[in-house]
Design a protein around this ligand. Structure first.
Ligand code: AMP
Ligand code: ZN
Length: 470
């Protein structure tokens, strides 16, 4: 499999250190708010990567952290504490917020068919591990104490900027409004490993450490959680592109300084989902979540399909118009699958192998998901029997996870089987029109009327189905 590697800036053949086994680490969410659908784009594409590795016969162990401490709004050592901000916003404790949004995150993942990694570790559960590594870095001379905090000394490294050509002066520390330069730092790129002199007087979560009561910086958690579960060597590390600098750069700095050799061979970065207004942000305008899409009548799987239609290394623009196009394509695709003969159980092995090779070629070439979906259409067009086609689509869907077969089965059996009174049909039609016009308030009002009349509305892939409540 060829994968683009941010470290070498080219496509490399993916060769795990131990034949047949892959250790994979994923930066998990910062659980101070719902994940937005941009965050989830990254997790969808990482899910495809993991599933394709498993599909190719590799034994993958995947670890994800949950960031519940230490992440400041700047991604560096400046700005507010994100968790504290979330807790204040909702008048709850940091741990309450963390629990609520961790659960919400995995619920979103479930709806998007994103597999939960086998090991999920909240940062607050690993404080002793962080302290051990920070002590090691101090002993080796890669860290220093200043103003009560412990800092990583980037000047001790041969190369710090591994992913990009940033120069120190490009780091606009102290230039941005409201961002104060930390005068404790010996070098601008240095970063905090442990805060004791908290600039947040009301910091809730604090722990004892050899350097005083305090809390860890954000970057140290991923290095430590990865090493704790996957050892000193990591095959592949994933995250959104914004994580490459400073987060992953700092992870590499401290991990390699601590273990004394190269840590991770492959770095997989997913480009951002943007809106036409630019970067997607939790603080800007309408906050795009899976629940919001659902409330507008979209099946979350269609969002997954939308993401898979584009390559992970291209930024993707979200708009409802683009999503609507994906809905149309998805529904047509499911309808074509539903038209196949599900009783045909014969498999043409030669056709199966040939059509499967198109799918694997696409994904072997840097996880080209849009070509992998083209391979599904190629199956539908192919001159082979329906049993072979269905077997291939079920096989591909182990990686794509688009529920293609189950939705096609539902489509076969999901037609309305009873008389709908004319006035209810009229309300339904009016509601469909309101939805088309994006007048969701009106659509909701009409739904209520239909429900009050004793009918249940169900959104299915093939459109709206209505049936009597009992
Ligand atoms: P966070 O919860 O902020 O720690 O981010 C969780 C993941 O989402 C990280 O891998 C980020 O790099 C990624 N991410 C953040 N914003 C976007 C976006 N607009 N599009 C895709 N991935 C993103
Ligand atoms: Zn991380």
């Amino acid at each position: 499999m060829q994968l683009y590697n941010s470290l070498t800036r080219k496509k490399d053949e993916f060769i795990p250190r131990e034949a047949g086994k892959v250790s994979m680490y994923t930066c998990g969410p910062t659980v101070y708010h719902y994940a937005h659908i941009g965050n989830l784009r990254s997790y969808i594409m990482e899910d495809v990567l993991e599933k394709y590795m498993v599909y190719s016969g590799l034994d993958v162990t995947r670890v994800m952290n949950i960031t519940d401490v230490g992440h400041l709004t700047s991604d560096g050592d400046t700005g507010d504490d994100k968790m504290l901000k979330g807790a204040k916003r909702e008048n709850k404790t940091v741990l309450e917020i963390a629990k609520f949004y961790t659960d919400a995150f995995f619920e979103d993942c479930r709806k998007l068919n994103i597999k939960k990694p086998e090991i999920v570790e909240p940062a607050t559960g690993c404080i002793d591990d962080f302290i051990k590594v920070i002590e090691g870095l101090l002993e080796k001379g890669f860290a220093y104490i200043a103003g009560g905090n412990v800092y990583f000394d980037t000047s001790k490294l041969q190369q710090y900027y591994v992913f990009n050509d940033f120069k120190e002066e490009d780091l606009a520390v102290g230039v941005r409004e409201g961002v104060e330069e930390d005068t404790n730092k010996r070098n601008k790129a240095d970063f905090v490993l442990w805060f004791t002199k908290s600039k947040f007087d009301d910091q809730e979560l604090k722990w004892n450490s050899p350097w005083g009561i305090g809390y860890p910086g954000w970057h140290i958690e991923c290095s430590c959680i990865s090493m704790k579960h996957l050892g000193e060597y990591l095959d592949i590390h994933c995250g959104g592109i914004d994580n490459a600098f400073p987060h992953h750069t700092n992870e590499i700095a401290q991990s390699e300084a601590y273990i004394g050799h190269k840590w991770c061979n492959y770095w997989f970065h997913v480009l951002h989902l943007n809106t036409s207004g630019g970067k997607m942000s939790k603080s800007k305008g309408e906050f795009l979540t899976v629940s919001l899409l659902e409330s507008k009548g979209y099946d979350p799987i269609v969002y997954r399909f939308f993401c898979l239609l584009s390559h992970y290394r291209k930024s993707l623009v979200f708009s409802y118009e683009n999503l609507d196009n994906a809905v149309v394509s998805y529904d047509k695709l499911v309808a074509r699958i539903a038209a196949l003969d599900f009783n045909d159980k014969n498999i043409d092995n030669a056709a199966f192998a040939e059509l499967k090779s198109k799918f694997t070629e696409a994904l072997d070439n840097d996880i080209n998901t849009s070509l992998a979906i083209t391979a599904v259409y190629d199956v539908l067009k192919a001159k082979t029997n329906d049993g072979t086609k269905l077997a291939l689509i079920a096989d591909f869907d182990k990686v794509l996870s688009l529920d293609l077969i189950s939705h096609a089965q539902k489509a076969k059996s999901g037609k309305n089987e009873f008389e709908i009174p004319a006035e209810i049909a009229a309300l339904l039609e009016e509601r469909a029109q309101a939805r088309k016009n994006k007048d969701f308030a009106k659509a909701d009002e009409l739904r209520d009327k239909i429900t009050q009349a004793g009918y249940i509305i169900e959104e299915t892939r093939q459109g709206t189905i209505i049936k009597p409540a009992n």
